[in-house]
Ligand binder design. Structure first.
Ligand SMILES: [Mg+2]
Length: 244
């Protein structure tokens, strides 16, 4: 594969080219792609893995203890406030006086990720086959990202890991987080494909002119989608964003 410098179909100004992205009729602007930004949790590893559930349960437990409510109620409150704040940590900081974000971040990310993940050499093969420079953009902490990347043996495939500290504890979906990362990698949004498992994290980047792709077993939005990271190389080829 090579990175496409121009589209195979030259569009009129402002016209998008229709591509086959799994039959969902997605339109993607025909421009060259120069960089890949990948989310970490439930994007690099599958949503079905127990790591995502473990982090989620730990966050719910933290909220239950902090607010003195049942875990069931804590879970409901997290779900309820997610659309408004975009993350549990923002909600706790803005509405419940959480002053030390590290006191939330450290214990909610397990120090040993191996019990929650299954080795899969296809993850490295898939990411390595994509002929673009890449970085991770996560709302977790860099230590957690490093553990997951080390588990899959893929740390060397990424230039940078942009974590929540890099984004001064105000990460996705705040547009400022995307702008900070774009500045750090020296790219315009149009040159970047951002891949994440949360539609609400993709939409602000798309609104900035960036290319986005949802990783999810279920298609519940109008966003272009793949079922797992293993499908990314084939999706890129089909989309004409990179050419064989
Ligand atoms: Mg994620």
């Amino acid at each position: 594969m090579m990175v496409a410098g121009v589209c195979s179909v030259k569009p009129a100004r402002g016209v998008a080219v229709r591509v086959d992205s799994g039959g969902d009729g997605t339109y993607i602007p025909c421009m060259s792609l120069a960089y890949l930004l990948l989310d970490l949790d439930k994007t690099v590893y599958p949503a079905s893995s127990t790591l995502g559930r473990e982090i989620d349960d730990r966050m719910t437990g933290f909220v239950a203890r902090k607010l003195g409510v049942s875990e069931e109620r804590a879970h409901e409150m997290r779900e309820l406030n997610f659309p408004r704040f975009g993350s549990t940590i923002r909600w706790l900081m803005e509405e419940h006086g959480l002053e030390d974000p590290e006191s939330f971040l450290q214990p909610t990310h397990p120090e040993d990720v191996a019990p929650f993940l299954a080795p899969d050499p296809r993850v490295r093969a898939a990411i390595e086959s994509i002929p673009l420079p890449r970085s991770i953009l996560t709302n977790a902490i860099v230590e957690h990202a490093e553990r997951v990347l080390a588990f899959y043996g893929i740390r060397d495939l990424f230039e940078r890991v942009f974590d929540l500290r890099f984004n001064v504890y105000r990460g996705k979906p705040d547009p400022a987080a995307y702008r900070r990362v774009l500045e750090a990698i020296g790219r315009s949004p149009e040159e970047v494909l951002f891949v994440d498992d949360y539609p609400v994290y993709l939409e602000p980047f798309r609104a900035m002119g960036g290319k986005v792709l949802l990783v999810s077993p279920e298609g519940a939005s109008d966003l272009p989608r793949i079922g797992s990271i293993l499908e990314l190389p084939a999706w890129l080829e089909r989309s004409s964003l990179v050419r064989a």
